[in-house]
Ligand binder design. Structure first.
Ligand SMILES: *[C@@H]1O[C@H](CO)[C@@H](O)[C@H](O)[C@H]1NC(C)=O
Ligand SMILES: *[C@@H]1O[C@H](CO)[C@@H](O)[C@H](O)[C@H]1NC(C)=O
Ligand SMILES: *[C@@H]1O[C@H](CO)[C@@H](O)[C@H](O)[C@H]1NC(C)=O
Ligand SMILES: *[C@@H]1O[C@H](CO)[C@@H](O)[C@H](O)[C@H]1NC(C)=O
Ligand SMILES: *[C@@H]1O[C@H](CO)[C@@H](O)[C@H](O)[C@H]1NC(C)=O
Ligand SMILES: *[C@@H]1O[C@H](CO)[C@@H](O)[C@H](O)[C@H]1NC(C)=O
Ligand SMILES: [Fe+2]
Length: 489
């Protein structure tokens, strides 16, 4: 069945983008849509079927190239040994600490961060540590990580790095004190890479009038491993590219498959080597023993980060940690329970199909028992939002193995559409499964805005639209405080 109103909207948008960009889309399998395509030479359509909505809006088919090394976004900042690739993340469990990271190229230089609150004369100093690593024939610059502690909540801080040679100044705003009714706005980006589309995604995130305050990044950062010998120069360019956002607001990191950088043929057998040297996270604060799974509280949210590419079977460190972690979440303090992982459990694209299945089998009963509000994943280079469903009844012999509506279950959102050089995932399983509420192969980002303990609002923004346009959205009712079906069908 076709929804005429949506059809027309989609047609207008796609004709505009096609003529503007001179690119071709793809044709749908529906015969009515096929007829429509021939008639109007318009390729996109919106089809409603068994499940939710499959939007045929496709930005374009061919993958975009990475931005060349001499691109403006990759420029090394001027001045001797100037700090570059500056980025920050939360530095403790509650948001009173920040990890400041940067790279110097010529010599280690100072490890010190100078910081002060807006309008204050008093300046503070914190001292960090410097690290280097080698990867095949690449030697990293001097990678600095410095944790600034005992910050005041809800306060603007300025900070300076490079105090011995070339100083560079940035700022950030600390989150409000952890509490149940604190509004907060998270951005969501996944699988970003460093193509021309990646630059558009970041640009759209920055210019979205909803103003994300912290990025929840669901894995696959630089895609340096797509280059010969995983050319780690592309880790450096990615760090310089993302500095314009990541130096001013925390990016909460999740490890993806492109962070593994395991390659026996070039003698690199320590998984996550470049990623774990460059991106530090406060994993010890949540009792974790490895930086790939950890948790933070931020405003009214409790965020659990999991690793799809670390062992998660029974008795493994990640399993033990998560088993002990979930009962610790106090929904009176942090009503919103959000989980980040790279590989989605519910994915109806023909890419990475069922890759998340083994982890789903291990952990999904816990997510239902502890009323997780939402799970964000990446990996599949497209967008998809599920209904609240679970599939936890199977016991080998009872044959109960289909997803069912479950108001205790999270909504699963795939947001792997950051725009990397591998291009979009356009091939979907047909028909759309009933659990899938909306899916579309376009690049973009999303915003998760928490209003109070009961209400939050999610919106997905495709790069093709204006900055404020919501291509898909959903009002969230908190699973602990307001456990009411919020789906719109
Ligand atoms: C690393 O090796 C590759 C392939 O042999 C070569 O092209 C590249 O220039 C080398 N890089 C460095 C930094 O030596
Ligand atoms: C990336 O986006 C920024 C912001 O719009 C722009 O100034 C810059 O020229 C872009 N760079 C490339 C290589 O597209
Ligand atoms: C390992 O590195 C070699 C040399 O660059 C490359 O040909 C190969 O594709 C890489 N393998 C993986 C799994 O990344
Ligand atoms: C949960 O958090 C609330 C509010 O901070 C606090 O009053 C309560 O004691 C906490 N409950 C537990 C079991 O720690
Ligand atoms: C889509 O994926 C399916 C399953 O992998 C495959 O059989 C089919 O050929 C693919 N279609 C296209 C157009 O690539
Ligand atoms: C929470 O926010 C929603 C939406 O703005 C509002 O309707 C509701 O009354 C608020 N609830 C509380 C407890 O403040
Ligand atoms: Fe991935």
């Amino acid at each position: 069945m076709l929804s005429t109103h949506e059809e027309q909207e989609s047609v207008l948008r796609s004709s505009f983008s096609l003529s503007k960009m001179g690119v071709l889309g793809f044709s749908s399998s529906s015969s009515f849509v096929g007829f429509f395509v021939v008639l109007s030479l318009v390729i996109n359509a919106t089809v409603l079927c068994n499940g939710g909505k499959t939007s045929r809006f496709v930005r374009k088919l061919e993958a975009t190239e990475d931005m060349p090394l001499d691109s403006d976004v990759f420029q090394v900042p001027p001045g001797y040994n100037a700090p570059q690739q500056v980025h920050i993340t939360q530095g403790d469990q509650v948001g009173k600490a920040v990890i400041v990271s940067w790279v110097t190229a010529s010599e280690p230089g100072s490890n010190t961060v100078l910081y002060w609150t807006e309008g204050s004369e008093t300046k503070y100093k914190a001292k960090g540590k410097v690290y280097t690593y080698k990867y095949f024939n690449y030697t990293s610059g001097y990678i600095h990580h410095c944790t600034i502690m005992n910050l005041k909540y809800n306060t603007k801080y300025y900070y300076v790095v490079g105090i011995d040679h070339t100083m560079r100044e940035f700022w950030f705003v600390t989150p409000p004190q952890v509490g149940p009714d604190v509004p907060y706005t998270f951005g969501l980006i996944g699988d970003l890479g460093q193509s021309f589309d990646s630059n558009k995604t970041l640009n759209h995130y920055e210019l979205n009038p909803q103003k994300g305050m912290t990025v929840l990044f669901v894995g696959d950062l630089s895609y340096a491993d797509n280059y010969p010998n995983h050319d780690n120069v592309r880790w450096d360019t990615w760090g310089r590219f993302t500095e314009r956002s990541a130096a001013y607001q925390p990016w909460i990191w999740t490890a993806g498959n492109h962070e593994i950088d395991f390659n026996q043929s070039i003698g690199e057998t320590k998984p996550f080597k470049p990623y774990s040297h460059r991106y530090h996270v406060p994993y010890k604060a949540s009792g974790s023993t490895a930086p790939f799974w950890y948790s933070i509280k931020r405003a009214s949210a409790y965020i659990i980060v999991l690793s799809s590419y670390s062992a998660y079977g029974k008795y493994t460190p990640q399993y033990k940690w998560l088993e002990a972690e979930l009962p610790k979440v106090n929904r009176t303090e942090t009503p919103w329970l959000i989980v980040l992982m790279h590989c989605p459990w519910y994915n109806s694209y023909n890419y990475h199909y069922m890759e998340g299945e083994t982890m789903r089998v291990m952990y999904e009963p816990w997510f239902v028992r502890y009323n997780v509000d939402v799970v964000f994943a990446g990996h599949v280079h497209a967008y998809e939002r599920s209904e609240r469903i679970s599939n936890v009844a199977y016991n080998i012999v009872n044959g109960l193995c289909t997803p069912v509506n479950d108001q205790s279950a999270p909504v699963y959102i795939t947001i792997g559409d950051g725009g990397n050089q591998e291009g979009l995932a356009t091939n979907m399983t047909e028909p759309q499964p009933a659990y899938s509420a909306y899916r579309e192969a376009s690049f973009g980002h999303a915003i998760f805005h928490i209003e109070n303990r009961s209400h939050a609002y999610f919106s997905w923004h495709r790069n093709e639209d204006g900055y404020s346009v919501e291509a898909d959205s959903m009002s969230f009712f908190n699973r602990y405080w307001h456990k009411i079906d919020e789906s719109t069908h």
